[in-house]
Design a protein around this ligand. Structure first.
Ligand code: AP5
Length: 218
């Protein structure tokens, strides 16, 4: 099964993708994570992407589609994929069609997480993660059980993303409205779009996503 999780910054795409990885053995392909890894490693792609990401704008279609193609090539055909943060433009959506077709894959579901943008600013500016294992936390919704210590790996080294400030988040949201939301009709025409209330608590969102994935094929 191949699915796209779609929604503005902070909608919960990464959170739900991680749960699907744990619960269903699917693989999460997050272009945001791939780009951040490239920035951290100082690769040519990372050097080109850093300023764009820090400003909240979109990295070029060619770069992200190439990253996705390379990752798909590493996966066995039977492994299900969750696309998190990709595609984000019409050009990327068309590239994804080609990438999937060339590998004998089909797109089964596009799940849009519907959210209130103002609430998202609070979600994003409050989040942080463990620098060692990547576990995600939030200042109000999900603090480590022991203050200052990661629940998963015990590290006390936490990080915040440089693009998680309010001004950049507003730019990222505008990019979503202008460039990403307009690709939904492409998938609606194929009858594969489902919508989930992304403002519900995380477990309710997960249950709604599971209901969609467990539906028998039409
Ligand atoms: P990317 O990393 O994809 O960021 P984003 O889309 O802005 O999404 P986020 O990771 O911020 O949010 P999310 O929806 O995953 O929410 P999360 O689960 O973390 O992209 C970053 C940048 O990279 C882009 O701006 C661009 O420059 C570049 N880029 C990436 N892909 C690209 C592409 N395809 N093309 C071009 N450029 C690209 O949740 C957020 C917080 O809320 C967390 O703290 C979480 O714990 C909490 N939370 C989640 N769900 C709930 C809930 N139901 N209730 C309460 N809290 C919740």
């Amino acid at each position: 099964m191949n699915i796209i999780l779609l929604g503005p910054p902070g909608a919960g795409k990464g959170t739900q993708a991680a749960r699907l990885v744990d619960g269903r053995g699917m693989v999460q392909l997050s272009t945001g994570d791939m780009l951040r890894a490239a920035v951290k490693a100082g690769t040519p792609v990372g050097l080109r992407a850093k300023a764009v990401m820090d400003a909240g704008a979109l990295v070029s279609d060619e770069i992200v589609s190439a990253l996705i193609g390379d990752r798909l090539d590493e996966l066995a055909p039977a492994v299900g994929v969750i696309f998190d943060g990709y595609p984000r433009t019409e050009a990327q959506a068309l590239s994804l069609d080609d990438l999937l077709k060339a590998r004998g894959r089909t797109l089964d579901h596009v799940i849009e997480l519907e959210v209130d943008e103002d609430a998202l600013v609070d979600r994003i500016t409050g989040r942080f993660s463990c620098a060692k294992c990547g576990e995600g936390y939030h200042d109000r919704y999900k603090l480590p059980m022991n203050e200052g210590v990661c629940d998963v790996c015990g590290s006390s080294d936490f990080r915040r993303r440089p693009d998680d400030n309010e001004a950049t988040v507003r730019t990222r949201m505008a990019e979503y409205r202008d460039k990403t939301a307009p690709i939904l009709p492409l998938y609606e025409a194929r009858g594969i779009v489902s919508r989930v209330d992304g403002m519900a608590d995380m477990d309710s969102v997960s249950a709604a996503v599971a209901d969609i994935l467990d539906q028998p094929p039409a």
